[in-house]
Structures are given as C-alpha cells and as structure tokens.
Design a protein around this ligand. Structure first.
Ligand SMILES: NC(=O)c1ccc[n+]([C@@H]2O[C@H](COP(=O)([O-])OP(=O)(O)OC[C@H]3O[C@@H](n4cnc5c(N)ncnc54)[C@H](OP(=O)(O)O)[C@@H]3O)[C@@H](O)[C@H]2O)c1
Length: 289
C-alpha cells in the first residue's frame, strides 16, 4: 500500500493517478474526504487525516509500505516531521519527499525562508532512518496559470520577475519521477533536482503563450509590495514573507540556481523533460479569450 499526501492537489493528484494506472494499491490522504470526492474502489482507499494533527496519522499509515510526502509553505517543517515520525513508528519502508531546489544553500532562514523550511523537513527525514528519496524541483510551470485571467481579458501578464531566467518544470514530470521512485528499485538515498529543459524569463514564457495563441501579449512588472498584497489574499503572512524574501534575492542577485539545467528528469524517466511549449500547448484553453 502506498500513501499519497496532497492527493487532492497538483503534484500529489498526478502521483495518485499514475500509481493507480500502474496497478498499485493506493491510499489518498485528505483532510476532508467528502470535499475530495475521490472515488474509492478496490485499488483506492481514502483516509481523513491532517498533517498538522499528529494523532490523525497512525491510522492513515496502518499497513503502508511507501509514502509520497508533500506539505505546504511555512508548515512544511512541522508537517513533514509529524508524518516522518509516524511513518517510522508504523515501519514504513520508503518515503519520497517533495522538497525544493536550492535547499543545500538555504542555511539562513532570513535570506531564504522557503528553502530553509524545506531544509529542516529534509533533515527530519534523513535523521529518521526511514529510507528516502528527495525531489527538489525548480518553479512549477503551472504557476503561470496565475496569468490566465489578465491574458484573457487584456492580453497582459503581471508578475515581479520579468527578466530572471528559470528552468521551470512541468508538474507532470515531477509526479512521474515520484511514481518511479515509489515503484522501482534503485532510488533510495537519491536527491533528484528536477528542472525543465531550458531556462526562460517571464517575458520569454509569455512570448511562447502569445505565439501559441496568435496574440500580442504584454508583460507588466509588478512591484514586490503589490505582489505581496496579492499573495496575502491566498496564503498565510509567514508563507508570503518567505516568498517575498526569496523574490527579493532573485531580483537583486539574479538566480544562477534557478537558471541551471539538471539531467535528473532525463536520468529517471529516460526522456527529456517536457518543455514550457509542451505544457502551454496542453493548457492553452485556460488562456483563450
Ligand atoms: N509551486 C512551485 O513553483 C514550487 C516550486 C518548488 C517546490 N514547491 C513545493 O511543492 C509543494 C506544493 O506542491 P503542489 O503544487 O502539489 O501543492 P498544492 O496542489 O497546492 O497542494 C494542496 C494539497 O495540500 C493538502 N494539504 C494542505 N494542508 C494540509 C494538511 N494540513 N494536512 C494534509 N494535507 C494538506 C491538500 O489536501 P486537502 O485539502 O485534500 O486536505 C491538497 O491536496 C510545496 O511544498 C512547495 O514548496 C513548489
């Protein structure tokens, strides 16, 4: 039995589908099975649990051999630690953890809080003695869906990073890598850095969308203060402060790290990572007026 956290979300949802398609028995963890509306069946159990409430975790881990582990934002360190501790007690044999690129450099919580939360979460897993695989992805291509409404309405994308090249990655490649790590031999003790095949700036990503849509699109750079206000409508203040600090660093110093190309998707999947053009073509309906 494989437990999938984040099973109603972006990467976890894709991991769940891939494992089911591969004939594996899976258990989906969600805080609210009613809202999740995942169709339970012979290959799928749905369990109510909350990574922030450790007492809910032992029943979710009963009979589980492997875990896909993700958690969010400022909760990352504590929520992962809760799951890892419960998994060790339950005798889990392998945890595949979703982390983030650049953890090894995130020593200072003041300059890189996002990376630092992930660093503490990785350390908790390593210290647990449970066999592990760590996935460190670059920014996700689907973050661009935040542009969909303004592209549709005005032909404009707004964001804080117009000119920083980033080798963003397709979340489908992250999920495929996770599914391989959970079901094949040879991935224990490995850290995989997951990037796309090319580094593109925000303006270049927008040009790809414009060319596929056959529309002239314009990039408007948003000051960080305004971007912060927008993020606060969706995320906790602690998480938003972490994101803004990381963006300030990228704007000031550029981001060699996020522009770097990694061979790891190709190594694990035996094919090139999906490009932003591939991703955009498959999601173009979100951007059409
Ligand atoms: N976005 C990026 O560019 C980027 C880049 C690098 C790394 N990352 C990392 O990737 C992760 C985000 O992945 P994603 O896009 O797949 O996330 P997502 O779709 O936003 O995740 C939502 C999931 O989190 C679950 N969840 C939230 N709070 C929970 C709790 N207290 N207990 C149990 N489950 C909870 C939700 O489950 P229910 O609502 O069903 O309970 C839902 O399935 C983060 O750790 C982030 O740091 C992101």
């Amino acid at each position: 039995m494989i437990l999938v956290t984040g099973a109603t979300g972006n990467v976890g949802g894709k991991v769940l589908s891939l494992l089911r398609a591969g004939g594996h028995k899976v258990r989906a963890l969600t805080r609210d099975p009613g809202r999740a509306a995942l169709p339970a069946g012979p290959d799928l159990e749905v369990v109510a649990a909350d990574l922030g409430r450790p007492r809910t975790l032992p029943p979710a881990l009963d009979g589980v051999q492997k875990v896909f582990l993700m958690s969010l934002g400022a909760n990352k360190a504590t929520h992962d630690a809760h799951l890892v501790a419960a998994a060790r007690e339950a005798g889990v044999e392998h945890i595949v953890q979703l982390s983030t690129l650049g953890v090894e450099m995130a020593e200072d919580p003041k300059t890189n809080p996002l990376g630092h939360w992930h660093r503490i979460a990785e350390q908790a897993l390593w210290d647990s003695g449970v066999p592990w695989t760590v996935l460190r992805p670059n920014g996700f291509m689907n973050m661009n869906l935040g542009w969909a409404a303004s592209i549709k309405a005005e032909g404009v994308a707004r964001g804080p990073l117009a000119d920083v090249p980033e080798a963003i990655v397709d979340p489908r490649d992250i999920a495929e890598t996770a599914a391989r790590a959970l079901t094949e031999e040879g991935h224990e003790g490995k850290v995989y850095e997951l990037t796309g095949p090319e580094a593109l700036t925000g303006r270049q990503q927008l040009a790809v969308l414009g060319s596929l849509l056959g529309r002239e699109l314009r990039f408007e750079t948003v000051p960080l203060a305004a971007h912060r206000e927008m993020l606060l409508r969706h995320f906790s203040e602690e998480t938003v402060n972490g994101v803004i600090t990381t963006l300030e660093e990228a704007i000031e110093h550029g981001s060699e790290l996020h522009g770097r190309l990694s061979p790891d998707v190709h190594r694990v999947l035996g094919r090139a990572p999906r490009s932003f053009t591939d991703w955009a073509r498959d999601h173009l309906h979100f951007y059409r007026a």
